[in-house]
Structure formats: C-alpha cells, structure tokens
Write a protein that binds this ligand. Structure first.
Ligand code: NI
Length: 392
C-alpha cells in the first residue's frame, strides 16, 4: 500500500503545488474563508467525495466511503484561514490581498488535506472504513473547531488526525509528539476596587495599586511554591491600568493577562486557585475585587496509540532519520483540542524548514515553506489512515 500511495502522491505533486500557490495568493481571514471553502469543495467533488459546505460557518466536510468492512470513521482535520499580516516575501504567488497573508502555513494544511483526499479517493476500495475530511475555518481566532463540532462534524467519529507545519524541522521530516502538544490558553481580567485618598495619608485610603502589585507578586511566587513544577503554568499580566494623579491614592486597578498550562487537572483548578489568592489580599486590605476568567481552548493531548500509528507510518515511509520524536510541548494554543473532547486524536508537526535559507517563524511577514513538505504530509497521513484500520 505504501508504494501505491507514494506513486499516486508523486504523480499529483505538481498539481498540489499549483493548488497551494493558488490558496497562498488568495488568503482569507478567519470566518471569511468563502472562496477557499468553495475551492476546496470543488476539488473534493471532482474526486467523487461527498461534500457538505457551510459546516461551522465557512467550513467544509468531505466524506469518503471505504469498502464498508469496518464501520469506524477516521477524521482528518486541516485549517484554512490566514492572518492579518502584510506579506513581505518576494514570491511570484505572494498574497494578492493587502494586509492578509498565509503566514501560519494553513495554505499548506489545506493542500495536504486535499492531497490526502485525492490519493485516498483512488484507493477507496482498499479502505476498510470511512474518512471524514474536516476543512476548518477560523483556527487563528480559536473559534472554528467549536463551530464545526456544533454543526456535527465530529458525530460518530472514532479517531482524528491533524497536522501543523513547523519551520524549525527540516522539510521532508516530521515531528511526532506523545502526550501534550500545545497548552491550554485562558484569558484573565481582574478589577481591584479600593478607596481613593491623599497620597500623604495612606491610612485613610485603600491603595488599589499597591494591592494589585501584591497580587501579581503573590501569583508568580505561588506558581513556584504551591504548584507542581512538572505541570507548568505561565501567567502573564500583560495589561495594567489605574490611578489618576501622582499624589492621589488609586481606588481602582484593572489587570488583564493570559494563563497557559499543560496538565488538564491544573487547567481545571486554575480559576479557583487564582481567585483564592486575589481574594486573600483584597480581604486582608479591605478592597473589593471582580475576576473574569474566560476559558480558551484546552491543551492538545495526543493519544498514544494514534501517535504511534503516525510514528510507524512516517518511519516506514521516510526512514527513522526523518522522524523526530518531540521531547517538549509548546505553550502555544491550537483549537484541535476541541475535537479531542469527542474522539482521541493526534496532531503531528510537518517540517517545512529549508536548509539553504533563513527559516522565519510562523506569523512572520516573510514566512516561507519548502513545498516538498506537501508530499511528505500527504503520504504520511494517507498511509497512517490505512494503518489505523489495520492495527485495530
Ligand atoms: Ni496555525
């Protein structure tokens, strides 16, 4: 099966590069992927795949029927949105839309998803179960996955694979991660209400700035003294405002920040734990507080069995020297985690780094990929799909 998949993918490679360049030249912002979605739906239909549009607003779902010997459904998820960045590459196929750019490789993801659909549609009779292709909108604003799930995209799905490009891994290589891949990312906002007074008479006032400074210090210290250091938390207060004049004690402070964590239990307890610290200081010094804790996406926890399938598929396809087992997660966030609330899954990193030129990071206006990665992504996922049914 591997050699058939490789032959098909190699034959399709020039077409896939055309597709990727077309998508790259026509980027669309999160939630506005109308042309991309129509384009994706067109390619899927031309492979004889049953297509549903407008799933999760601008998402597309493709269903590929296998031969029916297994009733399980394997989902393959890719994302389609671009970023509000002015592209500064000199590519022939650079963005034709001012201020919008595929700077996170979602053009490559969409192309890989289409490539897998093209390859597997030609091997459908050998596929035991069904494949559901999820082309998701709005990943960059961490909304698209929840829209797709709400519209039933994960109904009856038994397992899901995802992929994200990674510039620090060389092209033609892949990175496999067991366990936590990305962090849970929540937003926090804290208001502290004291009492204003003369800067020279602190005993007649409740100094909200001083209390806020205590709270920030206490939170950072409490992470190191009360939380398991093997379950990391990063708490960044990125905004703070309060006070009206140098000699007037501030009665109000607003702080806002982001809270990242990797362990699901840690994540579950964060709001209560933070509020306890805020409440203690405010009570001690007579201030009032209000805390708004907005949960973002949870941490992506890659399933061990499915990660193993990805690892074996890529080792067989590319040889062990092109497979990296990633020893560290990232504290970035990825809404792939929302699918994992409905089925186990694994997301791997697709190397797009190029040896002979500077690798700009994701979200950089000069971000470029080595397009040979497309073939690597297509073969890895298509072959892993076959292995999924074989090994269960
Ligand atoms: Ni991305």
């Amino acid at each position: 099966m591997l050699s058939q998949i490789k032959d098909l993918a190699e034959t399709l490679a020039p077409r896939l590069i055309e597709i990727r360049r077309h998508i790259h030249a026509h980027p669309e912002l999160s939630g506005q992927e109308y042309q991309t979605a129509a384009y994706v739906a067109g390619v899927l239909s031309s492979c004889g795949i049953q297509v549903k549009e407008a799933v999760g607003k601008t998402g597309v779902v493709g269903n590929l029927q296998g031969n029916g010997s297994d009733d399980r459904i394997l989902a393959i998820r890719t994302d389609m949105d671009a970023l509000p960045i002015q592209e500064r590459t000199n590519l022939d196929f650079a963005s034709r839309k001012p201020g919008i750019m595929h700077a996170c490789g979602h053009d490559v993801h969409t192309t890989v998803g289409l490539g897998v659909a093209m390859v597997l549609s030609q091997l459908a009779e050998a596929l035991p179960g069904n494949i559901r292709f999820l082309f998701q909108p709005a990943e960059e604003i961490a909304q698209g996955a929840s829209w797709m799930v709400r519209d039933g995209a994960m109904r009856d799905v038994n397992a899901i694979f995802g992929v994200h490009v990674f510039p620090s891994i060389p092209a033609r290589s892949v990175g496999i991660r067991y366990g936590a891949l990305t962090a849970a990312a929540d937003d926090i906002e804290i208001f502290i209400q004291g009492e204003s007074g003369h800067g020279a008479r602190p005993h007649e006032a409740i100094d909200a700035i001083w209390i806020a400074s205590q709270v920030i210090t206490a939170l950072q210290q409490a992470i190191s003294r009360t939380q398991n250091p093997l379950r990391p938390i990063v708490l960044t207060i990125g905004q703070i405002s309060g006070g009206r004049a140098p000699n007037v004690i501030a009665d109000q402070v607003r702080m806002a920040g982001t809270v990242r964590s990797l362990h699901p239990e840690t994540h579950a307890n964060l709001p209560q734990w933070i509020e306890g610290i805020v409440a203690n200081f405010c009570n001690t010094y007579g201030a009032k507080y209000e805390m708004n804790y907005r949960r973002g996406v949870p941490s992506v926890q890659n399933d061990l069995f499915l990660s193993q399938i990805l690892e074996e598929a890529s080792r067989e396809a590319w040889g062990s020297d092109r497979v990296q087992i990633l020893t560290e997660p990232s504290l970035g966030a990825e809404d792939f985690s929302l699918y994992l609330e409905h089925a186990p899954g694994s997301m791997f990193r697709l190397g797009v780094g190029s040896g002979d030129r500077l690798n700009h990071p994701l979200h950089h206006p000069e971000f470029e990929v080595d397009e040979s990665a497309i073939l690597t992504g297509v073969v890895t996922l298509a072959y892993a799909a076959f292995k999924y049914w074989k090994q269960r």
